[in-house]
Design a protein. Sequence first.
Length: 236
Amino acid sequence: MEIDLLYAALIFGFLTGFHCIGMCGPIAISLPLKNDNWFTKSAGSVIYNLGRVVTYSLMGALFGLLGQGFKMAGFQQGLSIAIGAAMILSVLFPLLFKSIANKSPLFPLVNQLKMKLGLLFGKKSYASLFVIGLLNGLLPCGPVYVAIGLSLASGNALMGSFYMTLFGLGTIPIMLGLNLLGNVITVPVRKYIRKLVPVFIIVMGLWFLMKGLGLGIHFVSPPDHKLEVKTEQINR
């Protein structure tokens, strides 16, 4: 178990919560929460956020399983480099990635997803709040894609699911506050913390690059074990 990646997923989730204020804020504030009392309102908010976490967890398992295939094929080092490069490029050229996403065949599906969400907002029930959370987890989001990269690099379905679960749990404190209290965080504070998200993405991208290169730096860029085995065989 790579403890550093677990911490990274949790911390990145918390930072992403501030990013969500701008991107998912309108959804969070407009949730059809029951306002009978503080308990029912809080319960509805928790159920909505757990719906998001469930979707993230399932995506983590799926991409972790995909990463396991790459690992078994011996492509994990190259995969790490590709993920790191994609993270850095997504920050340096966001408009390029947005253009690619808009031209994607999945774009019409996203519009249908938004329509489904709109219909659910007319129902005040815990079930609808949970489904809204599930569907909201599928909406396009840059930081979520980065978190998926963590799952993909894990090379394990269970660990991939665990990473995404921690990421989702990390977003809950900010999102829960937004659901219950509205825009309680001042605009300057939100702008400042949102600036940390791309910085964190670049740092993670550089870490993935170094890890994939196998430079022999412990905890940062472990050596390529296959190369070590070949070197030992040659020396013998």
